[in-house]
Write a new protein. Structure first.
Length: 122
């Protein structure tokens, strides 16, 4: 395939992908604008009474409380729901179900170990 045809083909595919993603981007912008508009200032000042830096630090501290759950999620990332039918087809339902149970069980064990060994400092 000549270089010019590959370039135009790539540009066409990129344009189609951008057009397909555009409604999602517009929807997220509209939803964010709606939340910002409808969120009263009184609630915002009650939830975040300090300056910008203190609010950012407190938000980061509260967000880090879920470190154990994040570890469990990262450990069980091999469990992909869209690929389960493919796994069942190739490996069978029994093997797939046992593998998924082991992955989830060890993810919970990993979560408990992370919370015990690396406590979150607030």
């Amino acid at each position: 395939m000549p270089r010019k045809n590959r370039l135009t083909s790539g540009l066409i595919k990129s344009t189609r992908t951008f057009i397909n993603i555009l409604p999602i981007i517009i929807g997220m912008l509209l939803a964010t604008s709606l939340v910002i508009t409808l969120f009263p200032d009184e609630i915002a000042t009650a939830l975040f009474p300090h300056g910008d830096l203190a609010n950012a630090l407190s938000g980061a501290a509260l967000g880090s409380l879920a470190a154990g759950l994040a570890a469990a999620f990262l450990y069980s990332r091999a469990l992909k729901l869209p690929l389960l039918p493919l796994m069942i087809y190739y490996f069978g339902a029994g093997y797939t179900s046992v593998l998924c149970l082991y992955l989830l069980a060890f993810a919970v064990i990993n979560d408990i170990l992370v919370e015990k060994l690396a406590p979150v400092r607030a």
